[in-house]
Design a protein around this ligand. Structure first.
Ligand code: AMP
Length: 321
């Protein structure tokens, strides 16, 4: 890692700190992500290596943050002990190599970007054409992952990085969900956000699929339009209630099997609200697309590929993408 000069800490992800850094030999600015994945005596677990090479392959898409390099670091502490006898009593701790992922650097993420429209000296809505463009790029990235059989599982505005100047959106933190299993708390004990989590995951379904990402895409779409989260829950139970209060308590007719899911309980019966009320700035096509992303039954949820053909995008100049 001597080849990199750390410039500043830019974020704390689920798996570790993210630094802005400069590659000394080329001057290229990169994002360095130290993973918590520590190698054992056998080296890097093969599942993680598979994950990393998958990530490298997927990140060829312009809608995915490019993984430039993987660096292994041997963090064996230097033995500064000048007393040989003492050293014999206290052998040096075993070496603890780490894995650094080197990504292209992007200047902001969607969460920070939405905040600049919500807070600050000039609060204003995001331009509708920008929401349309970001959502299109997000669906392109998700469609790319899903076509390779990869689920993201933790899509959220913090994980969507932006090149503000070029108006490009890229998905970050991809694929790590399997080798590194998404924990309930991050390594800093911050609660991992539940706001974008699909109801089947919250209800303890064990075999979930691409629909989990499309649910998150819907929540992110709504958040761009509202400049605040659609379902901000602070526990799994509250998260479900937030969803049910807007979309109505799900029924067996809508979603066969829902009442048999592991964490299903008897909930109050809320009637569905008019979705347009939650996203007043979206036109009818936008509301229609959103409603298809937020279908309760994962099998009924629109796919990323189908979303790209939805009339909401008819006014977008797709030749640029
Ligand atoms: P993550 O672990 O991907 O959730 O990253 C945590 C935070 O670090 C993000 O919300 C970003 O603000 C920042 N970050 C992650 N990757 C990059 C990158 N490639 N370029 C710039 N900032 C990044």
């Amino acid at each position: 890692m001597e080849n990199y000069e750390k410039l500043e800490k830019v974020g704390e992800g689920t798996y570790g700190k993210v630094y802005k850094a400069k590659e000394k030999s080329t001057g290229q600015v990169v994002a360095l992500k130290k993973t918590r994945l520590e190698m054992d005596e056998e080296g890097v677990p093969p599942t993680a290596l598979r994950e990393v090479s998958l990530l490298q392959m997927l990140s060829q898409s312009i809608y995915i943050v490019r993984l430039l390099k993987v660096e292994h670091v041997d963090k064996t502490p230097k033995n500064n002990n000048h007393h040989p006898s003492a050293a014999a009593d206290h052998p040096p701790p075993p070496s603890k190599p780490l894995l650094y992922l080197v990504f292209e650097y992007l200047d902001t993420d969607l969460k920070k970007y939405i905040d600049t429209y919500r807070k600050g000296p000039n609060p204003r809505p995001l331009p509708p054409t920008l929401i349309q463009s970001f959502l299109f790029q997000l669906c392109m990235g998700v469609a790319h992952c899903h076509s390779h059989g990869v689920l993201h599982r933790d899509l959220k505005p913090q994980n969507l990085l932006l090149d503000q100047q070029k108006g490009i959106l890229k998905i970050a933190d991809l694929g790590l969900g399997r080798a590194f299993t998404v924990p309930l708390k991050s390594y800093t004990h911050e609660i991992v956000t539940l706001w974008y989590r699909a109801p089947e995951v919250l209800l303890g379904s064990t075999h979930y699929s691409t629909g989990v990402d499309m649910w998150s895409v819907g929540c992110i779409f709504a958040e761009m339009a509202r400049r605040q989260a659609l379902f901000p829950g602070d526990s799994e139970f509250q998260q479900l209630l937030n969803i049910f209060k807007v979309l109505g308590t799900p029924t067996e007719e809508q979603w066969p099997g829902v009442t048999s899911l592991r964490d299903w309980h008897v909930y109050p019966r809320w009637e569905p609200q008019t979705l347009a009320r939650a996203v007043p700035s979206l036109g009818p096509e936008g509301v229609d697309l959103l409603s298809k992303m937020l279908k309760y039954n994962p099998a009924d949820r629109i796919s990323a590929k189908a979303a790209l053909d939805h009339p909401y995008f008819d006014t977008l100049d797709k030749s640029q993408y």
